[in-house]
Design a protein around this ligand. Structure first.
Ligand SMILES: C[S@@+](CC[C@H](N)C(=O)[O-])C[C@H]1O[C@@H](n2cnc3c(N)ncnc32)[C@H](O)[C@@H]1O
Length: 245
């Protein structure tokens, strides 16, 4: 992807951080590097001596390391994770998470031993993931990152995964009850063009030879009317719709 979005800014606080800032911005090619703290922006990235942070009028400076703090200990007991219980199959090796977001679900699947490719189209989120993976914040084991629109990714890939995993945004959850991570994704993706969830699902149907898993809020209908899920696995708040194709 090479769609320059000049409104995205990466502010580096010190000249010694310029080469690091350059590497970060080159991952998506969507950031303007600035040496002076920007004013009046809804959000931007700041690289300082502590690390990379999201600066927004909606919350206090949020370091990427804070987003992933305790991630490893939080998911120590993988056996209790619905997603892990669902996938448990010794024939499954390769998973494509085509809506990676902050990569939490991908991390859970990778920790369970699957080889997970995360695809994310939003340049802020892709840069956050890139930074986390390359600074020992998000364990790299079994995790790969691609910055792309997943429809394009599927179109340009001849490889086939065992599972395609989709976690579309759930707009109605933009309430105080929405988990902090989801609120953050909603803020960062607010300016993205209209959702292409159904197109992506249909494209995935044509590509995958095994299984598509779609994460839904319990209140939501399946993503499409046809086909209906082969089966579902329901938790307290979310459920997974599974399509064996
Ligand atoms: C609800 S979030 C996923 C959260 C993720 N499961 C996690 O654990 O953090 C949905 C993500 O899908 C991304 N997305 C939506 N459509 C996409 C597409 N066509 N290609 C790539 N990413 C897409 C959005 O930018 C957003 O980050």
């Amino acid at each position: 992807m090479n769609n320059i979005k000049p409104q995205l800014v990466l502010f580096y606080t010190d000249n010694s951080l310029l080469s690091k800032a350059n590497i970060l911005s080159e991952f998506t090619n969507c950031f303007r590097l600035v040496e002076v703290e920007p004013a009046g922006m809804p959000f931007y990235l700041r690289l300082d001596s502590i690390g990379l942070a999201i600066i927004s009028s909606n919350f206090k400076p949020l370091y990427i390391s804070e987003i992933y703090a305790n991630l490893v200990s939080r998911y120590k007991n993988l056996k209790t994770e619905l997603l892990v219980q669902l996938i448990k199959d010794k024939n499954i090796a390769k998973i494509w998470d085509l809506m990676a977001g902050l990569g939490k679900d991908a991390f859970i699947m990778a920790s369970a031993g699957y080889e997970v490719t995360m695809v994310e189209q939003n340049p802020m989120l892709a840069t956050i993931l890139y930074y986390a993976l390359n600074n020992n914040i998000l364990p790299k084991r079994n995790l790969h990152l691609v910055y792309a629109n997943s429809i394009d990714f599927l179109g340009s890939n001849t490889d086939t995964p065992d599972i395609i995993y989709l976690d579309p945004m759930f707009k109605e959850s933009a309430t105080s009850k929405a988990k902090k991570e989801m609120q953050l994704i909603q803020i960062l993706t607010n300016n993205d063009s209209v959702s292409d969830d159904v197109d992506l699902f249909n494209k995935a149907l044509a590509v995958t030879g095994r299984r598509i898993i779609v994460k839904r809020d319990n209140k939501q209908a399946p993503l499409v009317n046809t086909p209906l899920p082969s089966y579902t696995k329901t938790g307290k708040i979310i459920r997974f719709d599974i399509y064996n194709v």
